[in-house]
Design a protein around this ligand. Structure first.
Ligand code: HEC
Ligand code: HEC
Length: 403
């Protein structure tokens, strides 16, 4: 598991790479960064951990804002970036994102202990859609993670295989390979571990029994031998599912195509919405572009008025300031994964954006980063228009299940 310090370093490394590429922008970035940090630290409490997080968030945001500021001021951006060199010179930050806006999804990194070979991915895909994976043969992973619902399920809360109700809303599977911890409270340290837990908890599977049943299906027996050199078991099922999930990336959306130079890919409203998202709305502080999450946890006030509160991240970290804090979700493909938030309490994207823009409910543990932004209804609608352009439309083919 990555410690918080390691996470910080990871973030810093990424940022320092960017700073190297744009070293000539250094002075300006530094200025914006300093101003932004000053602004943030005013709202901060004394806790060191929180400051660290806030600084990471602030620096990511400052970096985005800095690059924007510079491109606006200079009127053109001549930076060369390996993926961007073929683009024509651009002149204006709304119409023409010539400066890399850092929105492109990064390349996925498979962990050394679980390389993502095509054969393993194909096996994991079959397992994900196969009801024979569950204790009673009636449920697969797909039963709550549907492609057409953004790999979520459209319900506020969903019933597990044993009939009991989940206490949290089903999140998307898009881009889970980029996260640094899993579940709304980050209690799973690896994607493999999360999958094993979901197999047992959601599908009600006894891994020994179901593995034996899978081994009796010749198509599976042969594939497990070829991929892992052994029969199915709890560990390799978790690995195959993880290898498959790491390919579920929502990265080719109209917004991505727009950033790559297809000016007609999105509406004027969407472009204006992006500016609000990274500017007045302050959304980018936590929903950092790229994956549109910084993988951190914040209390945004959703448990405030509940009698029995979900303590969220506190259950994992035991830190008071993590009380009812939940992971920042990716916003890629968010347009199709209603309802929203860890409790599924908000039915529409517009309502969700409104809640965020209004700074959330009052709560003693609410993060000071989330504030009332004074956004008008019209501005909220333009942010929604932007978020809707983050829905990818990659090809999806259901797998044939082995016999
Ligand atoms: C009955 C509904 C249901 C089924 C079936 C189900 N899940 Fe989930 N899944 C959920 C819910 C609810 C959560 C969030 C739980 C939490 O955060 O406490 C979740 C979370 C996850 C996450 C974490 C995502 C993140 O953003 O951190 C992964 C990965 C995942 N499920 C994979 C699977 C796999 C693999 C299967 C099949 C073995 C599966 N799920 C079956 C409901 C389901
Ligand atoms: C302090 C960090 C922070 C800021 C700033 C922030 N968000 Fe969020 N956002 C979160 C967290 C954390 C959640 C999930 C919280 C939960 O469910 O308890 C979330 C959830 C969401 C969701 C629901 C997604 C889903 O799949 O359920 C949307 C939509 C959203 N934010 C949009 C925005 C917009 C638009 C802005 C700017 C107006 C914004 N956020 C600003 C942290 C932030």
């Amino acid at each position: 598991m990555l410690t918080s310090a390691q996470k910080q370093n990871k973030g810093k490394n990424k940022q320092s790479n960017i700073v190297v590429v744009y070293s000539w922008l250094g002075a300006v970035l530094h200025q914006v960064f300093a101003t932004f940090q000053q602004f943030i630290s005013k709202a901060e409490r004394g806790d060191n951990m929180k400051q660290q997080r806030t600084k990471t968030a602030a620096s990511a945001a400052a970096l985005s804002l800095g690059i924007l500021g510079v491109s606006g001021a200079l009127g053109l951006v001549a930076c060369t970036h390996s993926a961007q060199t073929a683009q024509p010179a651009q002149t204006n930050t709304i119409d023409a994102p010539a400066a890399p806006r850092m929105s492109q999804l990064p390349a996925i990194v498979n962990p050394a202990e679980n390389p993502g070979t095509p054969e393993k991915v194909a096996l994991g895909k079959q397992l994900f859609f196969d009801k024979r994976m569950s204790g009673n043969g009636e449920m697969s992973c797909e039963s709550c993670h549907y492609r057409h619902l953004g790999w979520a399920d459209g319900n506020k809360l969903s019933k597990k295989s044993d009939g009991s109700l989940n206490t949290r809303h089903t999140p998307t599977m898009y881009n889970v390979g980029f996260l640094t911890s899993w579940y709304w409270d980050g209690r799973a340290a690896t994607l493999e571990g999360n999958n094993r837990a979901a197999w047992k908890g959601q599908l009600g599977a006894d891994p020994v029994k179901v593995s034996a049943a899978l081994a009796a299906i010749p198509g599976y027996a042969a594939q497990f031998q070829a991929v892992f050199g052994e029969a199915p078991n709890e560990m390799n099922v978790g690995k195959a599912l993880a290898a498959y999930l790491r390919t579920k990336n929502s990265g080719d959306s109209p917004w991505d195509r727009y950033e790559k130079g297809d000016k007609a890919a999105v509406s004027a409203d969407a472009k204006a919405g992006f500016e609000l998202f990274i500017g007045k709305g302050r959304c980018v502080i936590c929903h950092t572009t790229g994956i549109y999450t910084n993988s951190e946890f914040y209390n945004i006030g959703l448990e405030a008025n509940k009698e029995k509160k979900d303590l969220g991240r506190f259950n994992v970290s035991k830190k008071v300031e993590d009380t009812s804090a939940f992971k920042v979700p990716t916003l890629r493909s968010v347009g199709i994964s209603a309802p929203y938030f860890h409790d599924g309490s908000v039915a529409s994207l517009e309502e969700a954006v409104k809640y965020m823009a209004n700074g959330g409910n009052d709560d003693p543990n609410k993060t000071p980063i989330l504030v009332k932004t004074g956004m008008t209804d019209g501005e909220i609608k333009t942010i929604v228009a932007f978020l809707e352009t983050l829905t990818s439309d990659e090809k999806f083919v259901r797998p044939d299940l082995p016999k």
